[in-house]
Ligand binder design. Structure first.
Ligand code: URA
Length: 224
């Protein structure tokens, strides 16, 4: 991407201002100083001493983040008068306006949200063809029996069809790890209702090969 385009994309200055500013304030890209707005910058280049005092800026042509969503934040974009949105948690993130999230979580569900500016990356995660596994810890209102676990693993009938085979790991009398390879609307909660139980706490800690590791609630990590 051209340097002036990148400066505009980062919201530092407009592309036309960039040309004027570069003439007065050369920038260092990696080790070379430049005043050329058409210079191409690449992912991971380091921009130093740019205008407006930003130093050691690492160029991100695309950004992917793992976010630990707390309860109380919706995964849709914020609308007038609406509750808090996951976007409130990423406002200082590079290219945050272009981030789109994969596999949304309900407002009361906590856990791993993956967001990226890279459409192909998002597609690979959400396309049914790739069967991306997502693991949830589910706390239920009532005891869950072995028979219930077998039923969840095989299939349950929801009003929009049968669920695909899942994996269940029992953690206690009333909590399980549930791994799904699909993502129907409110799927986990509806699966619990289908076995005459109720989900009272839901936390997603793994999506594909990514998990929350040491990311505390409200925090996020950039995927290198
Ligand atoms: N299933 C649900 O019911 N809710 C979520 O937030 C995610 C999966």
């Amino acid at each position: 991407m051209r340097l002036d385009q990148y400066m505009g994309r980062m919201g530092w200055v407009s592309r036309t201002q960039a040309t004027k500013i570069l003439k007065k304030h050369p920038m260092t890209i990696n080790t070379d100083s430049t005043t050329d707005p058409s210079l191409l910058v690449s992912h991971n280049d380091i921009i130093d001493r740019p205008y407006m005092g930003i130093t050691q800026h690492i160029v991100r042509l695309s950004v992917t983040i793992l976010l630990h969503k707390p309860s109380g934040y919706v995964c849709s974009d914020r609308h007038e008068g609406q509750r808090r949105s996951w976007r409130d948690l990423i406002e200082d993130c590079p290219l945050h306006k272009d981030l789109r999230c994969a596999w949304r979580l309900d407002v009361d569900t906590t856990g791993l949200l993956i967001a990226s500016t890279d459409g192909q990356f998002i597609h690979r995660i959400i396309s049914p063809k790739f069967l991306c596994p997502k693991t949830y810890t589910v706390t239920l209102k009532k005891t869950i029996t072995d028979e219930d676990c077998r039923q969840l693993e095989a299939w349950v009938m929801l009003d929009d069809g049968l669920t695909k085979p899942a994996q269940v790991q029992r953690l206690s009398d009333s909590s399980i790890n549930l791994t799904l390879t699909e993502g129907k609307y409110h799927q986990v909660k509806r699966m619990c209702l289908a076995i005459h139980n109720e989900c009272i706490w839901l936390h997603r800690w793994r999506v594909g090969k990514r998990n929350l590791w040491d990311i505390p609630p409200w925090q996020r990590r950039l995927v290198p």
